[in-house]
Design a binder for this molecule. Structure first.
Ligand SMILES: CCCCCCCCCCC/C=C/C(=O)SCCNC(=O)CCNC(=O)[C@H](O)C(C)(C)COP(=O)(O)OP(=O)(O)OC[C@H]1O[C@@H](n2cnc3c(N)ncnc32)[C@H](O)[C@@H]1OP(=O)(O)O
Ligand SMILES: Cc1cc2nc3c(=O)[nH]c(=O)nc-3n(C[C@H](O)[C@H](O)[C@H](O)COP(=O)(O)OP(=O)(O)OC[C@H]3O[C@@H](n4cnc5c(N)ncnc54)[C@H](O)[C@@H]3O)c2cc1C
Length: 664
């Protein structure tokens, strides 16, 4: 803290709950809290992990610096004997997209999920020791969302017992795989399997890209970087690559063969494992992305909340201080729902992790029954949480006024790094359409099949379609059962209405395409039911610490009633609510904001973000914003000299009316 002064001390004194206990509730357990706190401090205190200067670096310098950080981190992992969990936290706190994300979150999981026991025995130890570095090369220049449309071919050659990997067209060039352009030695390449001239679907193949001795690309492989991406630092620490294969031979045993096999004779064998397991890595990463959303949103909210308490604007009386902008109701109505969303996403992420672990165990035991539900949940929640987080970060920038636009606010880089999460691992609209397929199927089977899991509420379809909300006062909205029922009724009604309209089409696919915008809205409504219900389930657990549960209840109502207010068109159009009830919900929301207000700073302190992670002058823990902004401006290398390069050459001739004779 700057000179020991805490400019937010009075704000912190207002807290009505035990902040230390809330930190534990946010982390999930005391052990989780202590672990992440230790790793966060390890990173914050290590000068190699400095990141404030990142946006000022050119691409090559930025990339080299990122390689240095990864190497240093790996050395720490070995020297300090960090566990896999600690190593993951280390990567999170270093906060820099790098090839290791692909190694640990895609290459290794792909082999774990789609490889045979023999393949796992061979490749996993090498990958876990970083003796091979792998990436995930699925997307191509011409196709990303449509995986079945990929053009790269893997043709079996029975003479040599090899597959020949080839890029037959320009659009078949692999395009985007992270870590590939400059680093990875291997990639899981998704390609159309061709046996004896016959196409057998898209499969994953382990392809070596570079020579392990001198790192040069192997013969037949053309590889490079796809170019600068959005933002300056941001995702540009990652070497997203383009790869072109010219008849590259790989051994037959490098096709990932858990789902299907190719025999020595070149016969295709489809095992009992469903083909969808080929998409299993994406299910895993989507679940991780949901868990990550609350981390990103909480960072932006922490910055905007602290700055809103520091910033004063208008309303001075008798020469006294002006009003803190956090006290404006408009500021609260934009900021506090985001604060509540960060908590909501944290808890739904925790639940989704549990769901994924359960599905993974079942898959290992060849029980595939819960895979469709896991796919719909991960796809839908990935879409909901990343869209809301990306929009939320941008809202936080606006909440910080002009200073939010400065790189030193920490928000522009956070936004630029985060926003591709709406696209990668499945475009958010395409993902919601997957949920829609699942919902339509569930609704069409309601007459004879009991929905289970997250759609179980639709068992009460008759009641949810017929009964209406009974709320008569704003106070009556403070009932979790009433709130959840409203979300369930709206979702059921939207899904059933879509089902009824779809039934009028002769061709169901045509109907699906025609109604897709409505189906996306119905899917969002269903995903909101999941988030709201999981928040309630969290509140039903024991949550220790003075005032902690009460504050979380307040945040639950803020989250749910804000959504209700935002989507009141749906709630009214489906007939579950009256305009009066929607208006009472909004009245309650204002009361809730005043309950959040004294606790706002303590609630963002509970995220336990270090100043290093926030990398934000506006979000500093001590609130010492203005002197630090001023200092940072004059520390900018652009201010090294009063006379910038080019002034004498281009400005002075103009001032002197001598441009005609100047050398431009
Ligand atoms: C932010 C930091 C977090 C930390 C994590 C680290 C991050 C690492 C860095 C990430 C970098 C980014 C990497 C990438 O982007 S990799 C590329 C990702 N690509 C995609 O996501 C492509 C999206 N497209 C698809 O998933 C599919 O093609 C799509 C589902 C859209 C359509 O596929 P297809 O045409 O084959 O399928 P159908 O619609 O006909 O469905 C057939 C049936 O299969 C079911 N299905 C589909 N997907 C899955 C799945 N993943 N799991 C299980 N089941 C699935 C589908 O429901 C159909 O079922 P039914 O027949 O029963 O209806
Ligand atoms: C930063 C970043 C990192 C990435 N890393 C990797 C990686 O490591 N490995 C890898 O393989 N890939 C990677 N990708 C690629 C990523 O997975 C794809 O970009 C993503 O899946 C979206 O596919 P697309 O680009 O084909 O988009 P498109 O599908 O072309 O989307 C374009 C537009 O069309 C719409 N659209 C598409 N299909 C439909 C439909 N059926 N119905 C309605 N609307 C539709 C979309 O909503 C969108 O608005 C990365 C991408 C980014 C941005």
């Amino acid at each position: 803290m700057e000179g020991g002064v805490d400019y937010l001390i009075d704000e912190r004194k207002k807290a009505q709950f035990d902040v230390e206990a809330m930190k534990v509730a946010w982390a999930g357990s005391r052990q989780a809290f202590e672990l992440s706190d230790r790793i966060a401090k390890l990173v914050a205190n290590d000068p190699i992990f400095e990141k404030f200067s990142r946006p000022m670096l050119g691409r090559k310098e930025l990339f080299k610096n990122s390689l240095r950080k990864v190497a240093h981190a790996w050395k720490l992992i070995i020297d300090l004997r960090l566990s896999e969990e600690e190593a993951k936290l280390l990567r999170h706190y270093i906060d820099e997209p790098a090839y290791t994300d692909l190694q640990w979150e895609m290459f290794i999981p792909a082999i774990e999920g789609q490889g045979t026991e023999e393949q796992k025995r061979k490749w996993l130890p090498l990958a876990r020791k970083m003796q091979v570095i792998g990436s995930y090369a699925q997307t191509e220049l011409g196709h990303g969302s449509n995986v079945q449309g990929l053009e790269t071919t893997a043709t079996f050659d029975p003479q040599t017992d090899e597959f020949v990997i080839h890029s037959p067209t320009l659009t078949s060039s692999k395009w985007w795989p992270g870590g590939t352009a400059k680093v990875s030695t291997h990639a899981i390449v998704y390609a159309r399997l061709i046996l004896d001239g016959q196409f057998h679907g898209v499969h994953g193949f382990i392809v070596q890209l570079r020579n392990l001795e001198n790192h040069t690309p192997l013969p037949g492989i053309t590889v490079g970087d796809i170019g600068m991406k959005f933002g300056n630092g941001a995702y540009n620490t990652m070497d997203n690559g383009v790869i072109r294969f010219n008849h590259v031979h790989i051994p037959r045993n490098q096709m990932l063969m858990r789902v299907s096999q190719v025999t020595r004779e070149g016969k295709f064998v489809q095992s009992d494992v469903p083909r969808q397991l080929l998409y299993g890595t994406m299910v895993y990463v989507r679940q991780k992305i949901v868990a990550d959303a609350s981390k990103a949103l909480s960072r932006a909210v922490c910055i905007a909340t602290r700055y809103s308490a520091v910033r004063r604007q208008f309303g001075s009386r008798n020469g006294g201080p002006e009003i803190q902008v956090i006290d404006y109701k408009t500021q609260q109505s934009r900021l506090f729902p985001l604060l509540a969303s960060a908590y909501a996403f944290r808890f739904v992420g925790e639940w989704l992790k549990w769901l994924y672990t359960d599905v993974k165990q079942r898959l290992e035991a060849n029980d595939f029954s819960t895979l469709p539900e896991a796919h719909a949940c991960t796809a839908g929640l990935k879409s909901l949480t990343t869209s809301a987080t990306a929009d939320g970060i941008e809202e936080c920038r606006k909440l910080c006024g002009g200073h939010g636009y400065l790189v030193s606010s920490g928000i522009p880089e956070l936004f630029a790094t985060y926003v591709p999460a709406c696209t990668f691992e499945g475009d958010n609209v395409v993902m919601m359409l997957q949920v829609a397929r699942f919902l339509v199927k569930t609704v069409s089977e309601l007459g004879y099949k009991q929905p289970v899991g997250t759609t179980a509420y639709m068992r009460r379809v008759t009641a949810l379609m017929q009964s209406n909300c009974a709320v008569r006062t704003a106070e009556e909205w403070l009932n979790p059962g009433v709130v959840v029922e409203a979300f369930e009724a709206r979702s059921t009604r939207m899904a059933v209405a879509c089902g009824q309209r779809l039934a009028k089409f002769e061709n169901p696919e045509e109907g699906f395409a025609e109604l897709s915008a409505d189906l996306v809205e119905a899917s969002l409504a269903h995903c909101q039911v999941i988030v709201v219900s999981k928040f309630v389930e969290k509140l039903q657990q024991e949550i220790p610490g003075k005032g902690v549960k009460r504050l979380l209840e307040v945040l639950f109502y803020v989250y749910a009633l804000f959504l209700l207010h935002k989507h009141q068109g749906d709630f009214l159009a489906t007939g579950y609510l009256t305009p009066k009830q929607a208006s009472l919900a909004n009245d309650q929301l204002r009361i809730l904001y005043s309950k959040v207000r004294p606790n706002a700073i303590a609630l963002v302190d509970s995220f336990n973000h270090t100043d290093h992670l926030l990398s934000s002058i506006l979000g500093r823990y001590d609130g010492n914003v203005y002197p630090k902004l001023y200092e940072a401006a004059f520390n900018d290398p652009f201010n090294d000299s009063d006379i910038a390069d080019g002034i004498h050459q281009y400005v002075q001739p103009m001032l002197r009316q001598e441009l005609h004779s100047a050398k431009l």
